[in-house]
Structure formats: structure tokens, C-alpha cells
Design a protein around this ligand. Structure first.
Ligand SMILES: N[C@@H](CCC(=O)N[C@@H](CS)C(=O)NCC(=O)O)C(=O)O
Length: 220
């Protein structure tokens, strides 16, 4: 197990991304696992540097260095942390494989549809093509989320207890916070709120928001 973990995050993100930027997933996992970490705060000037690209080939956040081991992709990082902590991943191989299924489901079956809608709303809302495309994108996201909600019939979490997959799924659902889509699906809303009520979520969120508050650009 690594003795020192460093997590990259942006020094400042605009309000629409505060609470959503993906370093949060990693911070939350580390809090649940009880693993201390340091921040490596970066800005746009760092993203294309050779030293940062050695950590994150696309210049994005997050990346971590775990005792010198560079890792990127928030899903891979969360699963790596989970392997070090029973709080996030059971030790039984079959149960681990189930958690991995749900981690990929969050990132590969749910996130693309959620992200497609969020990108239209946050970046292209006024474009004519976006107005034409949005209804179908919204419908596709809602359909996938309604199917997901059935998973919570008689279950509080994706598996029989909270795991790393719930961190990924909750953070994916949060990308629709500018809409009432999740709130309109009561089992999903209850699941989101249940996960967000965890002390580790709260602590990680405070630590995620702090740099943007500290480094907010001054208005002239
Ligand atoms: N698939 C990557 C996506 C990472 C990502 O999109 N990071 C965003 C912030 S949440 C970023 O760094 N954006 C700036 C950029 O792409 O230049 C992951 O999950 O780690």
C-alpha cells in the first residue's frame, strides 16, 4: 500500500464545475478509505507540460501519484483506492467483480447519456442544433436512468452495501444537478441523497470546494 498519495485538481474551476470536477470522486474514495493525501493544484499553464502529461496523458484532472506510481482516469483511480480498502470493495473475488461491473456501468452505460445532456445544457444551450437535438438526448438519459432506478427496488446501494461503484454512480448522477431529472425518479433521488449524506462525501466536498474559493478570480 502506498505511503503517500498526491491528487491533482484545478486550482480554480468555474461555478458550474464546482462540486462536479472529477478530482472529487478521488477525494471521496480516499476519505471513505481513510487514506490521507496531498493536493497537487494545477492551472491551464500546467496541463500541456511534459511533467504533467507524464501523469495524465490528456492534461486533464484528476491524476494521482501513489507512492510514486502515476495513475489517471478517475474510474481507474477509484478502483485502485478501493483495492486498498474493505470500506470500498469486499475482498471476495466474486463480489469484487460485481463492484467492477457497476463501476463500468456508471462510467460506460450511464455517464455518456448524462454527459451528452449536460454538455448541451452547459455549453451549447443557445445553439440551434442543440435545441433540435436536446429532446432526444433527454429522453435517452431518462430512459437509462429509469432502468437504473429498478436496481434500488429493495436495495440501498448498487450491491448489498456501499462500495466504490456508488461513488462513481453518485457523481455521475450529480452531473444532472442543473435539471430535475433525478428528482423526478424517486428511488434514484433517494439513493443520491443517501450517498451524499455520508460523512466522507461531506468532508471530500469541503476539500474539493476550498481551492476554488481561495483562488477565485478577482472581478475588476
Ligand atoms: N475520463 C476522465 C475525464 C477527466 C476530465 O474530463 N477532466 C476534466 C475536469 S472534470 C478536465 O480536466 N477538463 C479540462 C480539459 O479537458 O482540458 C476521467 O474520468 O478522469
Amino acid at each position: 500500500m502506498g505511503t503517500s498519495i498526491r491528487v491533482s485538481a484545478f486550482r480554480w474551476v468555474p461555478p458550474f464545475a464546482q462540486g462536479l470536477a472529477r478530482d472529487f470522486r478521488v477525494r471521496w474514495a480516499l476519505e471513505e478509505a481513510g487514506l490521507p493525501y496531498e493536493e497537487r493544484l494545477i492551472g491551464p499553464e500546467d496541463q500541456a507540460t511534459e511533467s504533467y502529461r507524464a501523469l495524465q496523458p490528456f492534461g486533464q484532472i484528476p491524476a494521482i501519484e501513489d507512492d510514486g506510481l502515476p495513475l489517471f482516469e478517475s474510474g481507474a483511480i477509484v478502483l485502485h483506492i478501493a483495492q486498498q480498502s474493505d470500506a470500498l470493495m469486499p475482498s471476495d473475488p466474486a463480489r469484487r467483480a460485481r463492484v467492477t461491473c457497476w463501476a463500468f456501468a456508471a462510467l460506460n452505460s450511464i455517464e455518456p447519456r448524462v454527459q451528452a445532456l449536460a454538455e448541451i445544457d452547459l455549453f451549447h444551450a443557445d445553439a440551434e442544433w442543440a435545441k433540435l437535438r436536446r429532446p432526444a438526448v433527454e429522453q435517452a438519459a431518462k430512459a437509462r436512468l429509469t432502468t437504473l432506478a429498478a436496481r434500488f427496488n429493495g436495495r440501498d446501494y448498487l450491491e448489498d452495501r456501499f462500495t466504490a461503484a456508488d461513488i462513481l454512480m453518485t457523481t455521475v448522477l450529480r452531473n444532472l444537478r442543473h435539471t430535475d431529472i433525478v428528482a423526478q425518479i424517486p428511488p434514484l433521488e433517494a439513493y443520491r441523497l443517501r450517498c451524499e449524506a455520508r460523512p466522507a462525501f461531506q468532508k471530500a466536498m469541503a476539500d474539493h470546494l476550498a481551492p476554488s474559493a481561495k483562488h477565485a478570480p478577482t472581478v475588476n
